[in-house]
Design a protein around this ligand. Structure first.
Ligand SMILES: NC(=O)C1=CN([C@@H]2O[C@H](COP(=O)(O)OP(=O)(O)OC[C@H]3O[C@@H](n4cnc5c(N)ncnc54)[C@H](O)[C@@H]3O)[C@@H](O)[C@H]2O)C=CC1
Ligand SMILES: CC/C=C\C[C@H](O)[C@H](O)/C=C/C=C/C=C\C=C\C(=O)C/C=C\CCC(=O)O
Length: 229
């Protein structure tokens, strides 16, 4: 069973029909919802719990690019605040100490958050924030005891609309970006899905940061962690 949300109602409804005809009407739900808004997101999580009984897997995936005002602020609202909101709501519904059944949260960051990207600094900062948020919660002893794992996927370039829409609003130098993307290469959506599924299925993965790139393949990063006592 799956529920997904998007601000694009038309695309969401089309995808919902496809999922329902493949997996059955009662097994897929779509809600138009903006991840940057608290109340609609709270309502959505409640609705999923009422409809499906519990939440086992949550993916915070919504993301945009924007480097000039007011788009840079929206980029922080959607990418960093939206992912934080979705993560905290997911935790609330999944934690065994709050009546949940445990589960796994997968957040979608970017290689731009692992590395730096001088052509999209605001985007890059939001994606670095997502990595820090996810790893920090994954290492929190109370979250661990409550049966929730958190992992993060950092794709380099993926064949989606996001990289087809590079312009002066979301990039500081479109020509340089195009050359950079050509150099790194672009992976298919399936590569990211495989990585996502591995992090869902492997119960030993908690706090994992995985980069998927055409140039380097799929790599688990190793960042030294000094345990907080
Ligand atoms: N395409 C790429 O090269 C890469 C993408 N990513 C990340 O992957 C994730 C998915 O992006 P793509 O599928 O590539 O882009 P996309 O542009 O095809 O899809 C993003 C989706 O998010 C939705 N969305 C935007 N703002 C929203 C909001 N406020 N609330 C709810 N939904 C909203 C859009 O309507 C769209 O359907 C994003 O977080 C992106 O930053 C990360 C690295 C590389
Ligand atoms: C170069 C892109 C510039 C602008 C793009 C816009 O901001 C756009 O809206 C979205 C960008 C999405 C970027 C996705 C991935 C970015 C990856 C990197 O910047 C770094 C990739 C590889 C670095 C080499 C490595 O670490 O392996």
């Amino acid at each position: 069973k799956v529920c997904f949300c998007d601000t694009n109602g038309e695309l969401g409804t089309k995808t919902l029909s496809e999922l329902q005809s493949k997996y059955g009407e009662g097994n897929a739900m779509f809600q138009t919802c903006d991840v940057s808004l608290q109340q609609p997101m709270e309502n959505l999580f409640k609705k999923v719990k009422e409809t499906f009984g519990c939440l086992d897997i949550v993916c915070n995936n919504a993301g945009i690019g924007g480097e000039v005002y007011p788009l840079w602020e929206k980029t922080i609202d959607v990418n960093l605040k939206g992912t934080t909101r979705g993560t905290l709501l997911a935790l609330e519904h999944m934690r065994t100490d709050k009546g949940g059944k445990g589960g796994v949260i997968i957040n979608i960051s970017s290689a731009a958050g692992l590395n730096v990207n001088p052509l999209s600094p605001v985007y890059s900062a939001t994606k670095a924030g997502i990595i820090a948020l996810t790893r920090s919660l994954a290492m929190n002893s109370e979250v661990k005891s409550a049966g929730v794992r958190l992992n993060v996927v950092c794709p380099a370039f993926v064949d989606t609309d996001l990289i087809k829409e590079i312009n002066d609003d979301n990039c500081l130098d479109v020509q340089k970006a195009s050359k950079f993307i050509e150099m790194i290469g672009v992976v298919s959506k399936e590569v990211v899905v495989d990585c996502f599924m591995e992090l869902v299925r492997d119960v030993n993965q908690n706090g994992a940061v995985v980069k998927c790139s055409k140039m380097d393949g799929t790599q688990y990063t190793s960042i030294e962690v000094k345990p907080v006592t």
